[in-house]
Design a protein around this ligand. Structure first.
Ligand code: GLN
Length: 574
């Protein structure tokens, strides 16, 4: 309790505003039911000071959750930092104006193509939203995996799979193709989703399509933890029905092939399929639904088990194999995450055990997937270790970020190992130290001058990162010696800096991500020593990063992080 109180107090006292700010910083929203009592009590307190005793009484009923939040034990501890990175990716993707709205029905054709939103929810219920995340749109094909999950849950996998396969089709979503045994390929293409609707409809002989849709909407609502009311678009449904010639053709093909489950009425089956497409939700809502799937069927913000884990496992497998239509193979290769798109412009993506997210942008690529949605996924995975097989990388991801608590702890551990090892003469640790020093010195010399603040930063960095603080004057001597070598370039006309780059390139295969990041971090710190990064420093930093294999989006995030740190430092010193 003492440590918990200390984490939010100063000189033995705190207040409601301070605690509230810390809760919000961690990504927890003010309507989180897990902290309802605490949040209500804080609101009632106003500006009154809170001592340790009253703090203990205040948080007692929700102590476990308060502790996890305030002591940064949620799945993404550095939530602020993560939000900044996501904003960078969002802004980048916003520059893409390619693609076109679906145009087969007026409501989609006339939708505002400029809308762009990203919402994220972690398995611990940390939530973030940027842009148009509260715009209702029909979920269209995003409904498909859930109808499948509903069928599995109610009718069982054996019965469901008698009628629908689980193979990727490699064909457009509305193709009239079936497997050789006359089953549709999978529940994520129209044929499979129509059949899955048939499986569901056949189990409710006394309910009509609309009543069954209500049931499915209730399931969606539970998956979303009740965030925002569910809607149904009559206008979408009417247009869908009027233009459903292709879907009718598929339905007749299914009926004429294997036959429909329990001889269900073909119109009831199609009506159920089309009305599931006409359910309206927002990116915000879909992100929580995705997070429930990421969390094995337990909704992170209500802690209710909505679907059995086994059903979720099958649903995610099918999404991974076929969720992005005939682009699913490339999507798996590049993004490696289960996802489902819909022609209104939504993409719902699951990062298992970490988070769910949803994007909304109506312009579509030729496959019928949202251009920005797919671009966001790709850019995200370029910067973060979220691809399922990023776990294979054994410390070589090009220094992609991993915001997970477990990873950050591992990084801390590696760092303290390094500090300890360098003092005992470990060769790897010594190599990291030597490269750090060499890079720092070359950055110091970038503008031709050796400045005192740079030497101090260098010494501090050595102390912090490597556990030993060299005398700044010794560093000055080393820098001056280097300056003299600089004046006399090597025989082949290569500069000493080029030689350093070549050395980094050669060493980088033997350095792990942490080692390479530390070297770059050290160089950055020196560049920022005087409060700004000069152009010469900037270009040298980029060269060093490139030689270390830290490039593209990852480098962009690193630079953003350092700029924020520098800004934070100067804000504090003002
Ligand atoms: N309503 C659309 C259809 O059945 C859904 C397709 C989609 O989102 N890909 O054609």
């Amino acid at each position: 309790m003492q440590a918990l109180f200390d984490s939010v107090s100063e000189n033995g006292t705190t207040d409601a505003a301070r605690i509230q700010a810390r809760l919000i910083e961690s990504g927890i929203t003010v309507d989180d039911f897990r902290l309802r009592t605490t949040i209500d009590r804080l609101a009632a307190l106003g500006g009154r000071p809170i001592d340790q005793e009253s703090f203990a009484a205040l948080v007692g009923p929700e102590l476990m959750m308060v502790n996890r939040v305030l002591r940064r034990q949620l799945v993404i501890p550095d939530w602020d930092e993560f939000c900044c990175d996501i904003q960078t990716v969002y802004d980048h993707v916003a520059l893409d104006f390619t693609g076109a709205n679906a145009n087969y029905i007026p409501i989609l054709r006339d939708a505002d193509p400029e809308k762009w939103g990203v919402a994220i929810c972690t398995v611990d219920g940390q939530r973030m939203a940027i842009g148009d995340v509260d715009v209702y749109h029909s979920i269209q094909s995003v409904s498909k995996p859930l109808t499948y999950a509903y069928a599995l849950d109610r009718e069982g996998a054996d019965f469901t799979h008698q009628f629908v396969g689980v193979e990727p089709s490699g064909r457009p979503f509305n193709a009239l193709d079936l497997l050789p045994d006359s089953r549709p390929f999978n529940p994520c293409v129209n044929a499979g989703a129509i059949m899955t609707a048939g499986v569901v409809a056949s189990g409710w002989p006394n309910k009509n399509a609309r009543e069954i849709t209500e049931d499915i909407m209730n399931l969606w609502s539970a998956l979303c933890g009740g965030v925002g009311p569910m809607r149904f678009s009559e206008q979408t449904m009417l247009s869908e029905r009027e233009t459903a010639h292709n879907n009718f053709a598929i339905a007749y093909l299914l009926q004429g092939g294997k036959g429909l489950p329990r001889q269900v009425d073909l119109h009831k089956m199609l009506d159920l399929y089309l009305s599931c497409c006409s359910i309206e939700m927002t990116a915000n809502m879909l992100s929580v639904a995705a997070a429930t799937l990421a969390n094995g069927g337990v909704c992170p913000i209500t802690c209710m088990e909505i679907l059995p884990t086994d059903v979720v496992k099958k649903t995610l497998s099918v999404m991974q194999a076929a969720g992005m239509y005939d682009n699913a193979g490339v999507f798996t290769l590049e993004v490696g995450l289960p996802a489902k798109s819909g022609v209104a412009g939504a993409v719902m993506v699951v990062v298992p055990n970490l988070m769910g997210f949803a994007t909304f942008s109506p312009r579509l690529d030729p496959y019928g997937n949202s251009v920005r949605g797919v671009a966001f996924c790709r850019e995200l995975v370029e910067r973060f270790t979220f691809h399922v097989y990023d776990s294979l990388s054994g410390g070589h991801t090009g220094c992609k970020r991993d915001p997970r608590a477990s990873q950050l702890q591992r990084k801390q551990r590696d760092l303290s190992d390094l500090r300890w090892a360098v003092s005992l003469g470990d060769r790897y640790a010594a190599k990291v130290r030597d490269l750090m020093l060499a890079c720092m010195i070359d950055i110091t010399l970038a503008d031709g001058e050796i400045e005192a603040p740079e030497l101090v930063t260098m010494a501090d960095t050595c102390a912090e990162i490597m556990g030993e603080r060299p005398d700044p004057e010794e560093l000055r001597a080393a820098a001056e010696a280097r300056q003299r070598t600089n004046a006399a370039p090597g025989a082949a006309g290569t500069s000493p800096f080029d030689e350093l780059l070549a050395r980094l390139r050669e060493e980088r295969a033997r350095l792990d991500d942490n080692g390479r990041e530390l070297i770059l971090e050290a160089a950055f710190r020196v560049a920022c020593a005087d409060g700004m990064i000069e152009p010469e420093e900037d270009s040298k930093l980029r060269d060093l990063a490139g030689a270390l294999g830290i490039t593209g989006g990852v480098l962009e995030l690193e630079i953003g992080r350092f700029k924020r740190q520098v800004a934070g430092r100067s804000a504090r010193s003002n």
